[in-house]
Design a protein around this ligand. Structure first.
Ligand code: GCU
Ligand code: CA
Length: 139
């Protein structure tokens, strides 16, 4: 089963403000990142072994344009420019699922926006470790 990491709860970090003014979030709120390149939401998730993990990021984007962000794992870009497409309203939440490489032990997963609009509002990251590391040169 996946482990839920709420964006508003330590050790998660929100480069912005934790808010609860748009309904439909899990936990006690969501991360409204600053509207700036690099204003990130960061999570720490633990894997029992090195390999891959599936992460599902719940978000809302009530704007008209994508809110792209790089997903960095332990400081290295695992996915560049993940789109985070509009969800139609700030109260409408969607999920973006990605596979990432992980180390045994604690891993930092950082969503770093690449445009001046900043991140979509981020609710949580579900993390499920499992699977074998990708073969070299694959991905
Ligand atoms: C609005 C909305 C925020 C959102 C922001 C944005 O202010 O209420 O929740 O984060 O737009 O465009 O980033
Ligand atoms: Ca924002």
């Amino acid at each position: 089963a996946a482990t839920r990491h709420e964006a508003e709860s330590a050790p998660a970090i929100c480069d912005g403000v934790v808010e609860s003014n748009h309904t439909g979030y899990s936990g006690s709120g969501f991360c409204n990142g600053g509207n700036a390149v690099g204003a990130a939401a960061q999570f720490t998730a633990t894997a029992s072994a090195a390999g891959t993990a599936t992460v599902a990021v719940r978000y809302a984007n009530g704007g008209a344009a994508d809110r792209p962000a790089d997903l960095l794992v332990n400081g290295a870009v695992a996915h560049a420019g993940v789109t985070f497409a509009p969800t139609g309203a700030w109260t409408a939440w969607g999920t973006r699922t990605l596979t990432v490489p992980v180390n045994a032990g604690a891993n930092t997963l950082r969503l770093s926006p690449t445009t001046a609009d900043g991140l979509a509002n981020i609710d949580y990251l579900d993390f499920e470790a499992g699977g074998t590391p990708p073969a070299e040169g694959r991905q």
